[in-house]
Design a protein. Sequence first.
Length: 335
Amino acid sequence: MVKIGNIELPDFPLLLAPMEDVSDPPFRKLCKMHGADLMYSEFISSEGLIRDAIKSRKKLDIFDYERPVGIQIFGGDEEAMAMSARIVETVEPDLVDINFGCPVKKVVCKGAGAGVLKDIDLMVRLTKAVVSSTHLPVTVKTRLGWDDNSINIDEVAERLQDTGIKALTIHARTRAQMYKGEAHWDHISRIKNNPNIEIPVFGNGDIDSPEKALAYKEKYDCDGIMIGRGAIGYPWIFNEIKHFFATGEILPPPTISERLEAVKNHALWSVEWKGERPGLVEMRQHYSNYFRGIPHFKEFKTKFLQALSLTEIDEIIDEANQFYAEVGSATKVGE
């Protein structure tokens, strides 16, 4: 069993990464259905919360069915981070997570996200401000360092643990790598095997199959895995990994009908959460991901992108189900 403060997780838990414009309640619900053990909100600007920005406040929405769930905040000002942690506490998540890993320029330029990797003293002060402002467990997600010449994760891990955080997730790339190149998990293994580190250490980066998840679990000795891009359009990955861990067998990929059912639910929950038009507009980024590698989807994608009502979505899904049932074996992934 893995514990984050008073939160009890299964042995070697699988976490859904906080991803901007992806990890919203509808997507989190799908991932929970398919085996995610712990999930995080999209990252939320501490300044936005304090200004009472509508978009930031909306990201605080959490629901009992997705517990345990954490809310992730980012920022570069101690007072703002402390105030935002107190705001987050009012919606009663299971934990608060701090983003020290986002590599996007607009975040880094504000001295937040991965930008803080250049100043460990500031990172420590920001973390202390959050830890002292909430009774909730505080966790951190970060990267190896700014670039290959300034990998400082060893110092970061020990000093953040000293502030009182209850778990650390490490994306095994530097900020300079962004999301390119190989993730270097050997650094994660070194942190986990540091005798001074007592908190759970989760690994993140490049996990996109059950085989890779098991290989990394056995080789790098972390306490669990966080999955981000591998779950986009493919929430089934969590149960596939768990099944492979338990049996050594690879589950067959979801059928066309199962993919369409996921789209239907995702669209429905998006509409219930945001309203019909905005909910379906936000869904547009997801359709292609659900049907990656599926032949003949282009025509249906165009229809999905044009749909502005759930009735239209249902009609397209029915049409697609009928089409793929008729073409049968010609719809195998990758053909």
